[in-house]
Design a protein around this ligand. Sequence first.
Ligand code: CP
Length: 317
Amino acid sequence: MYLDYMTLIDLQNSNKDLISVRDFTREKIEYILSIVKKIEAMPEKQQKLIAKGKIISSLFFEPSTRTKLSFESAAYSLGCSVIGFSGTSGTSVKKGETLSDTIRMASAYSDLIVMRHPLEGAAKKASEVSDVPVINGGDGSNQHPTQTLLDLYTIYKHKGTLDGLTVTLAGDLKYGRTVHSLAHALSLFNNNKILLVSPDILEMPDDILNEIGGRVTIQKTSLVDAIKESDILYMTRIQKERFSDLQEYEQVKGFYILTKKMLADAKSDLKVMHPLPRVNEIAVDVDDTKHAIYFEQAKNGVPTRMALIALLLGVIK
Ligand code: CP
């Protein structure tokens, strides 16, 4: 039997926010995924009553398509209203207002804040000054915990388990926050193997490897070898916007391009995932194969984020 989510939150980090996968336990993830499933099974009319009348702040200091739109779709589907901004050009940030003051205002005008920010630690800082729950929609190269939950939900739907899987993380493992969060989450389950595929200058940071290394098997390999062995191939974009030296980016852009032909030796039930947006790391001829589930993965963002909003508002158990 699971503990209710707020109890788990209190046990883990004594607050009401969703900032990092580091705050998760296996039990907490399983509980959240059970709520996603529950919400997905409800008729739309019933979903609309779950958080009727609540106001969600959607504060995107950094570009987004999926996270922003799926959070807003999730909020409307729960009966909420949404306020916020996409980019700071029309806001008082341009007049020099601090992150803390901006968050204090959003906290005064709404019941929950979803935010994305280019700086690592911004969501944590926001949670410290907010009177309402804060959900991290991505902070710099650090964490993207809601992406991880929708990734896990997608994996569970296809594999029926989150244990005993061989998962390849490929591409930009240095700056890609989705792979940092996912690697952490996979290490909370049993007997998973993580294969790492990246250019030398974009390897997974040592602090993350040290943190999860005792809990999960980790191996560096090539994309060709990884494809043969994997249950999940999680491709990622090279994060051009995080490079201080664009010449370095030019050296590694297009380093990995997955094509349909390369999947000939894959297990028949290999699933290819990608947090999106893709640039050119998955050729479009992969889209129509039985392996591609990245658009479905993005779609799962809506029920997953509905569950998270409802849980943090305390309106579902
Ligand atoms: N996966 C993801 O975070 O996509 P966006 O940057 O479009 O939100």
